[in-house]
Design a protein around this ligand. Structure first.
Ligand code: ZN
Length: 669
């Protein structure tokens, strides 16, 4: 994109900073950045039947609900107490917050609320945010430090923090994690509203970090214990043009693992540029790789790029769940070994799904290859979306692929990272649909709605998508143009529509070819499906009213995992379009689904059920149930089988659920 909300407002903010002398004069922040630029979420409006209602639930229900939970659980009270101390008042309640990172929950919801405001003006929400921002400002120490537990009681902060600033940062204090989320929220709020009240708080803290941390002998040499400040600093650099923020992001990445004392959990045993596998705490890892992508884009550092490309190959080829979830182990909320992908005990933190989409979006923007969008889409429609209930008020922390009846979403958590991450991700989703590079427009995701963008020659275009995706693969894209113009529309042909379950071959479809081919037409004329990095590129002299018609057949596909994945051996999973399916207790006889067998010759029928779970496409057929007689002999019975989209499970109470089904043998009960 040549112009963005950022660049339009940069001159205004530079004036502001020049006037207040808080920032040096800024270079052009766009001089080096991602070669593929997303069409910003502010320019994309979804009007479809799938995402638009979910974004509306997030706006009208989840955001106020989550702010309410922050108030109720004392997260705002922590800022109030810190502010009182800074005003010189004596406070009697010096109890530390539940976690030293509780401050990040209001930041994350503020970020989501900001994205939401950009799409849908809401004066009441706008005023609430301003009040909250004033509260945050009042809890910031004069030099920019912002960490309520220490300000409330500097001598006795949360036990994960030391009695001095930063001392336990590499372990558990999360001081830089808090800062990172503040920066992300500040840039979103500024981008959405044009206001600088939160941005100024962020800049003040970022300036403190720039003075405190760095390679000089009079600076502290620490790497962040929980990554995200790297991404936050990159965003702050883009918003303000202050290159010190970019330098600090790079410093934090380069410092990591550069001294003894690191470990796999924190991705700090060796420097990130030398790492080749996705390891340790999965959310930390996803944020690190995303931060490295940002710095690589902004500096042109090819070593970072090589490292995250290699790590991605490992992750997608050996550590990715079929739902797009990552982080197999409960212990350490971590990646497992290669092919260690248990189903019942899968951890798959909701935050890790969000991090996986941040990372894949960034790799896409670096390379322009649709394989990253394939992973992003798989994660989005499955592992990520399962993180929130259909009504928007309950959340999953782990997202297992099998349930013995013990899993259900919670209204909130003591450690509430996941609700905030869902809340902030969803309203930013329109920004993942389209991208641009020079005179090429990339259509990455599918949903009814519009996108407004400008070509390099200044020609304004409006793209209008009409589709029932993800339930139906017919997509129409109409172009409205000011004048005839030659450019390329690159349409992504998803991997699932061309017999590639995931890039790298960890999973494949049982049927080697779908019966119907993908078709693409412009004004009724067939365009050959010649793929270039997962896209069909249509270069022509476009005129107003031209229409692209894409048809992605959506048969029910049986997915098979690599033999190396022990948990899935002899099993199949069901996919239709981008959606993974599961069998859940209410839809199958006697509520048992973990003992179902789906023999290879089964045929399945898909049907849309408007009154089930807010309207979903279900899959039905027959299954074989194997039970044991009293004498120990096996008894096989036929019974009807029904599956629902994985994201919609656990909205009808606790019970069994399964994604992988035995093909010939009986799964252990
Ligand atoms: Zn989380």
């Amino acid at each position: 994109m040549k112009t963005s909300v950022f660049s339009q407002r940069i001159s205004a903010i530079l004036f502001l900073f020049a006037a207040t002398s808080t920032l040096p004069a800024a270079p052009n922040p766009a001089s080096h950045d991602y070669p593929f630029q997303p069409v910003p979420f502010t320019a994309v409006h979804l009007t479809d039947g799938f995402w638009a209602p979910r974004l509306e639930t997030n706006r009208l229900t989840t955001i106020p609900y989550a702010f309410g939970k922050c108030e109720e659980s004392g997260r705002m009270y922590n800022f109030e107490r810190a502010a009182a101390v800074l005003r010189g008042e004596k406070i009697t309640d010096k109890k530390p917050p539940g976690y030293p990172f509780d401050d990040t929950d209001p930041y994350k919801i503020l970020e989501g609320a900001s994205y939401s405001l950009a799409v849908q003006p809401d004066p009441k929400l706008d005023a609430y945010l301003d009040k909250l921002i004033a509260l945050i400002a009042s809890a910031q120490e004069p030099d920019g430090y912002l960490y309520t537990t220490r300000t409330i009681d500097p001598q006795h902060p949360h036990e994960w923090s030391a009695s001095q600033r930063w001392v336990k940062e590499q372990e558990l204090s999360h001081e830089l994690y808090n800062a990172g989320h503040l920066f992300e929220a500040a840039v979103a709020h500024y981008q959405a509203t044009g206001k600088t009240n939160l941005l100024q708080i962020a800049v003040k803290e970022a300036n403190l970090l720039c003075t405190t941390f760095g390679p000089a002998t009079n600076q502290l040499h620490f790497w962040p214990g929980h990554e995200i400040v790297e991404m936050g600093l990159a965003k702050l650099y883009r918003a303000t043009g202050n290159v010190r923020y970019l330098d600090l992001a790079k410093y934090f990445i380069d410092d990591r693992g550069s001294r003894p004392g690191g470990d796999d959990y924190h991705q700090s045993r060796i420097p990130p540029v030398e790492q080749t596998e996705a390891i340790g705490h999965a959310v930390r890892a996803g944020y690190l790789y995303s931060g490295m992508a940002d710095v690589a884009a902004l500096t042109g550092d090819t070593n970072y790029l090589r490292a995250i490309d290699t790590i991605w190959e490992n992750c997608v080829g050996k550590k990715l769940y079929i739902t797009g979830g990552i982080g197999a182990r409960h212990a350490g909320e971590a990646f497992g070994n290669n092919y260690e992908l248990p189903n019942l005990s899968a951890y798959n933190e909701t935050c890790a799904a969000v991090a996986n989409d941040y990372w894949n979006q960034r790799l896409y923007l670096l390379h322009g290859d649709a394989k990253y969008v394939d992973v992003l889409e798989r994660t989005l429609y499955n592992s990520l979306l399962a993180g929130v209930s259909l009504d928007g008020t309950k959340f999953f922390y782990p997202n297992p692929l099998e349930s013995d009846g013990n899993y259900e979403r919670s209204p909130w958590f003591g450690c509430a990272c996941c609700p905030g991450n869902i809340t902030r991700f969803l309203p930013s989703l329109p920004g993942y649909f389209y991208a641009q590079k020079n005179d090429s427009v990339f259509v990455n995701l599918f949903a009814s709605g519009t996108a407004d963008l400008k070509l390099d020659d200044g020609c304004a275009i409006k793209l209008t998508q009409t589709t029932r995706y993800p339930w139906d693969g017919a997509v129409k894209i109409t172009l409205a143009l000011e004048k005839k113009s030659r450019f390329t529309v690159a349409v992504r042909i998803p991997g699932w529509a061309r017999n590639e379950a995931v890039p790298g071959g960890l999973y494949h479809f049982a049927e080697s070819a779908t019966s119907e081919p993908v078709t693409l037409k412009v004004n009724g004329q067939i365009i050959p499906i010649k793929l270039d990095h997962g896209y069909v590129r249509i270069n022509r002299l476009w005129k107003n009213g031209d229409m692209i018609a894409l048809d992605l057949p959506m048969p029910v596909q049986r997915v098979i995992a690599s033999e190396k994945v022990r948990a899935d051996r002899g099993r199949i999973a069901l996919q239709r379009g981008p959606i993974m399916y599961c069998a859940e207790w209410p839809d199958n006889p006697i509520g048992k689904v973990r003992n179902l067998v789906l023999p290879g010759d089964q045929t399945f029928k898909a049907a849309f059920e408007p009154s089930l779970l807010n309207g979903i496409e279900t899959i039905s057929g027959n299954s074989l149930v194997v039970t044991k007689n009293a004498d120990g002999s096996a008894m096989k019975t036929d019974q009807p089988f029904k599956a629902i989209p994985y994201f919609a499970w656990a909205n009808r109470g606790k019970g069994e659920m399964a994604v992988w089904f035995a093909e010939t043998s009986v799964p252990s009960p």
